[in-house]
Design a protein around this ligand. Structure first.
Ligand code: NAD
Length: 269
């Protein structure tokens, strides 16, 4: 896609699921990729291997550069170090993808304060701090830049039993718009994608159980869950120059989940 070759991209939580697919797709588009992971260096190495393979075929002589960066996005010091490392090692940072996210299921009146804080710290505060440090870099170098937040259909659809998750993604929508407006005249575009139900480890409760999967898919107008690759394609588009005039938007990639599936048939004659 236009404008991606040679750009430096940092993807948080990129050792699995949607983040992994984004890292692979951006490498395929010619971006140098910084793969942030929290725990498993093995999974991160695996992402790197797959990305280089897709980008070049030949891993040894790949023109696309990659970097593995351990770091917890709920820790400010890790984020500052992560952004500095990318700039030091790759020379600059052009694209930030705020992908890292967690969810904790619990009835809303029983949520432990520390669990609530944890989800907000990773999904919302972490994404904001990554954006803040990245924007500082864009401004200090007087360079344009791209931020893409991985939100969720639950930025607008309420999600009982996941109140902290819903709040975090609702906040992410506002953060996307606020930052987009604040920095639009300095060449910084900020957008989000909102995945629907996607086959990734976060959904281990149903992805490998055919019965539960069928129930989930019965609620999706297109009749199937999405793939990480479909999410990554939308990110590549928003990061590319094809989306040069788009900022402050959330692109729903959800098979029609936000179209009120209950209205598929008339409720009464
Ligand atoms: P996933 O669990 O595979 O990915 C989440 C990643 O975030 C993991 O690699 C995890 O290690 C990383 N992570 C968690 N806490 C972290 C921290 N403190 N610091 C750094 N990394 C951390 O699941 P996924 O579905 O690929 O989720 C990716 C994003 O997509 C999340 O933000 C999630 O909310 C969003 N999303 C997913 C779906 C879905 O159906 N899968 C739907 C809507 C939105």
């Amino acid at each position: 896609m236009k404008g991606l070759k040679g750009k430096n991209a940092l993807i948080t939580g990129a050792s699995s699921g949607i983040g992994q697919a984004i890292a692979i797709r951006l490498a395929q588009e010619g971006c140098n990729i910084a793969i942030n992971y929290r725990k498993s260096s093995k999974d991160a190495e695996n992402t790197e291997k797959m990305a280089m393979q897709k980008a070049c075929g030949d891993i040894e002589n790949c023109g696309v550069k990659s970097l593995l960066i351990q770091g917890d996005v709920s820790k400010e010091e890790d984020i500052v170090e992560m952004v500095n490392t990318v700039v030091d090692e790759l020379g600059s940072l052009d694209i930030l993808v705020n992908n890292a996210g967690i969810q904790i299921e619990c009835p809303s009146h029983e949520v432990k304060t520390e669990d609530f804080d944890r989800v907000i710290e990773v999904n919302l505060r972490g994404a904001y701090l990554c954006a803040r440090e990245t924007i500082k870099h864009f401004l200090s170098q007087n360079r344009p830049g791209i931020i893409i937040n991985i939100s969720s259909v639950h930025e607008i659809i309420p999600r009982p039993m996941y109140v902290s998750y819903s709040i975090s993604k609702g906040g992410m929508e506002n953060m996307t718009k606020t930052l987009a407006l604040e920095y639009a005249n300095r060449g910084i575009r900020v957008n989000a994608i909102a995945p629907g139900a996607t086959i990734t480890p976060i959904n281990e409760a149903w992805v490998n159980d055919p019965q539960k999967k069928a129930i989930v898919e019965s609620h999706i107008p297109m009749g199937r869950a999405g793939t990480s690759e479909e999410m990554a394609a939308a990110v590549a588009f928003l990061a590319s120059d094809e989306a040069a005039y788009i900022t402050g938007q959330t692109l729903f990639v959800d098979g029609g989940l936000t179209l009120y599936a209950d209205f598929r048939e008339a409720w009464s004659a």
